[in-house]
Each structure stands twice: as structure tokens, then as C-alpha cells.
Design a protein around this ligand. Structure first.
Ligand code: 13P
Length: 252
């Protein structure tokens, strides 16, 4: 059955010292007993992954990378491969974040390749997707989300989905302070499960964790997480302070 997950996407924040302090703070507030049945994930920048893995070894905190290149190796200056991540103990990678899509022009097609590479290297994928404000205003949000899933994930086999976590992040709610209402999140998450059921089957649709991301804060987390198809959150700004992040973990 699907698990409740809270993941912190630190984006390009925190130097080594700050990353150590943040992990220390989070570690203090989570324990296997307190966080029973929940997964707590942090995603620091590439250069701080190694240290984060070492510092979380004896805790329930898992460490994810924020991106990865689709090729095995080669002349791709500035990029990082799946193999390099696995070698330092990383088992999870975030792919398809809206900032990667909009600033670094990552397409659904490219993301399909990245997903394949990640899974082939036994990495679990947190796959992000979501509509823009324009899409929502023109009532194309369901169509856009279905296309993102279709073009990047629906070539996969049923079995592959045990290594996929979905993260619905409406672009208009990311870093804007404007959150999708719990009803809007639930509506989209239920739609995503319907699409998964249509493409695969109900068992698969019910087994995939779907996180919501976009201005989740301690003040709104509980209400969003109370919705039946919301299995947790992918947190940006509020994951940078131990107190806020822990309050969100508590809320799930
Ligand atoms: P905020 O929580 O800062 O809106 O960011 C969400 C996000 O992009 C997580 O990946």
C-alpha cells in the first residue's frame, strides 16, 4: 500500500555548513517511532549529497538528488550521472521539476529518457509535473497533466511504478505563497489516479503515492494532507527551516 511521504526540495540553497545544520535539526525531530509509516526525504544540492548521506545513515531520513543526466557517461560538461549518484548511496532522484522544465527546457520526451535511466540504475523517481497558470485559466489543466504523464511515464511497465512517486506541483503555486486549495489538490490527485487506472489498472492507481507541492507550509499542511488522494508533500521554501519542515512532517 502507498506510504505517506514528506520530501524537502532544497533547490539551490544551503552551503555545506548550513546543510549540515539543517540535517541536524531535522534529525532531532524525527525518529522511527515518531515517524512510523512515514517517509522523510531531503534533497540537497549535488555537492552536499555525499555529506548528507553520511549524516543521515542512522536515521530514517532518506536523501534524494534534485536532477540527473540521462546518459550513462560522456562529454556532458556540468552534468551528473545515475551511476555517480548510486555510488555515493543515493537511491532517489527528483525528475521533471517545473524549474527544470521552464528554465532548463526539459521536455516530456527528455524526461522519459531520464526516468528510464534512473529506473535502470535502481533509483526511485520522484516525478514532478503540473500545469501553468495559463493552462489553469484556460481550463486545460487536466489535459496538460495527462499529457505530461503520458509522454514521460506511460511507456513504463506496471512493475516500474513501484519505484515511482508522483508529485503534482501546479506551477502557479510554486514559491508564490498561493496554494492550490485542498479541494483543487484532491480533484487533481483523484484525476491522476483515474488516468493511471485507465492506462494500467486500479491496483496500480491505488498503490502510487501522489504528493502535492506548491507553497505547503505548517499552517496549511494538515488540511491539504487530510484529502484522501494526497499522500504527502514536496516542500520547497518551508523545507529550509527544521521547525517548519518538522511541523509539516508531523502534519501527515
Ligand atoms: P515551495 O514550497 O517553495 O512553493 O516550492 C515547491 C516546490 O517547488 C517543491 O519542489
Amino acid at each position: 500500500m502507498r506510504k505517506n511521504i514528506v520530501a524537502g526540495n532544497w533547490k539551490m540553497n544551503k552551503n555545506l555548513k548550513e546543510a549540515k545544520d539543517l540535517i541536524k535539526g531535522i534529525k532531532k525531530g524525527v525518529s522511527s517511532k515518531k515517524s512510523k509509516g512515514k517517509r522523510v526525504i531531503v534533497a540537497p544540492s549535488f555537492v552536499n549529497l555525499n555529506s548528507a548521506v553520511k549524516r543521515t545513515e542512522k536515521s530514517i531520513i532518506e536523501v534524494a538528488a534534485q536532477n540527473m543526466h540521462e546518459a550513462k557517461s560522456g562529454a556532458f560538461t556540468g552534468e551528473v550521472s545515475a551511476d555517480m549518484l548510486s555510488e555515493i548511496g543515493i537511491e532517489i532522484v527528483i525528475l521533471g521539476h517545473s524549474e527544470r522544465r521552464s528554465i532548463f527546457a526539459e521536455s516530456n520526451e527528455l524526461l522519459a529518457k531520464k526516468v528510464d535511466t534512473a529506473l535502470a540504475n535502481n533509483l526511485e523517481v520522484i516525478f514532478c509535473f503540473g500545469e501553468s497558470l495559463e493552462d489553469r485559466k484556460s481550463e486545460k489543466h487536466f489535459e496538460v497533466v495527462e499529457t505530461q504523464l503520458r509522454e514521460s511515464l506511460f511507456h513504463l511497465l506496471k512493475e516500474n511504478f513501484s519505484n515511482i512517486i508522483l508529485a503534482y506541483e501546479p506551477v502557479w503555486a510554486i514559491g508564490t505563497g498561493e496554494t492550490a486549495s485542498p479541494e483543487q489538490a484532491q480533484e487533481m490527485h483523484a484525476f491522476i489516479r483515474q488516468v493511471l487506472e485507465k492506462e494500467y489498472n486500479k491496483e496500480l492507481a491505488d498503490s502510487v503515492s501522489i504528493l502535492y507541492g506548491g507553497s505547503v507550509k505548517p499552517a496549511n499542511a494538515e488540511e491539504i494532507f487530510s484529502k484522501p488522494d494526497v499522500d504527502g508533500g514536496l516542500i520547497g521554501g518551508a523545507s529550509l527551516k527544521p521547525k517548519d519542515f518538522l511541523a509539516i512532517v508531523e502534519a501527515i
